[in-house]
Design a protein around this ligand. Sequence first.
Ligand code: TYD
Ligand code: MG
Length: 459
Amino acid sequence: MATKIKSVFFCQSCGYESSKWMGQCPGCREWNTFVEETVKPVTKSAGKASASSQGTGQYVKPMTLSEIVMTDEERDDTHIGELNRVLGGGLVRGSLILVGGDPGIGKSTLLLQVAGNLSSDKKEVLYVSGEESLRQIKLRANRIGNFSDSLKFLCETNLSTIEETIIRTKPEIMIIDSIQTMYNESVSSAPGSVSQVRESTSVLLRIAKSMNISVFIVGHVTKEGQVAGPRVLEHMVDTVLYFEGDRHASYRILRAVKNRFGSTNEIGVFEMQEKGLAEVSNPSEFMLNGRPENASGSIVTCSVEGTRPILIEVQALVTHTNFGFPRRQANGTDFNRVNLLMAVLEKRVGLQLGDFDAYINLAGGMKIAEPSLDLGICLAIISSFKNRPISDDIIAFGEVGLSGEVRAVNMAESRVQEAAKLGFKTCIVPKALESKLKNSFKNIEIIGVSSVVDAMKIV
Ligand code: TYD
Ligand code: MG
């Protein structure tokens, strides 16, 4: 009997599968993302064998925890400290790492640098590009620096050719740029479709695990269109890194969204320069660059990303509204949270914000939605509303509750330490943390506040 080819519709954004076309994806609520793809049905006999009670498969003995031998993962140093940190202390041998991000953000640049660094440690690295010609890669490489000969390049999109090349050349590290250009002959749909991307990833997964090769996979994030996004393969890989940042700003943030070999929500900060990406090892300094002096509506606060504190300037602009309906806007932080804080200020502090537009901005273009920013946001709004600048050497952090109380946040010591390091003199902290912090820090003044009103009186 001829096998009937089935066709299904896949959401190109999240991989949701449906038997009919839909305008909006029930999975991720994106519009117009369904594309028809053909899939080969599983043969009946294969299904039967596993379902039969006879047990035709091979027996593998399950193990107890004490039988499992623990060995430390073998990690390679990428010589990029920020990347090592995000990976959880280096690149784990045989792991699959997805690097996602908008086109043009610098994924190829970063991975070429990683490839260069690893190859200068005498590791065999294979860089497979399906997007750029060898000439284009050379142009980029010339900008970045010199590379050793253990780094090899391949311009190829056919996975079986790539697999054959891997088997012959036996690289230790491999880079696939990008997964959306790869195709597998056994799948009939076009490169970049959900089935192709999934199938190609599972081939790479098999290669990585069986030959103990570390594989970096580049995945473009696409807003719309016919290319499957990296989200459809997040569950297949060991580590998911997203490269984000404003195209117009020079810095880039590498964020771990999933990591089987380390903690998530670690970030690495980079700056795009003439000669590739440079590490920014002190992001606070970078973020506070160009801070206005003596301006109202500005205060520095401290957020923690992973294990690292980052100081950020919160700016607020509160102006009289020209229309009946006040405008509220939040750049870089949660809009609803800002609305909530403004309601708290109105009710608990007594600010009449009803006739005022309010714009909140995290300077530097960082995107943070951490509650410890609340106190800073409140103070910035108050400062702009009253048009009274807050002293430049004050920093404030703490979560604000609905009754206007200031609540404790985690990792307070490292936040204060970061502030002290950058020369701040006064630190406004939640009351609950005051005594503990006062004992550990002598060179910076610690002021505990129990409510927003208290904090307002101090600044
Ligand atoms: P690229 O790595 O090609 O982005 P992606 O692979 O994520 O699509 O980065 C492209 C951008 O980076 C491009 O706009 C040029 C810029 N760039 C620099 O500013 N300096 C450099 O040294 C390099 C190599 C690129
Ligand atoms: Mg690229």
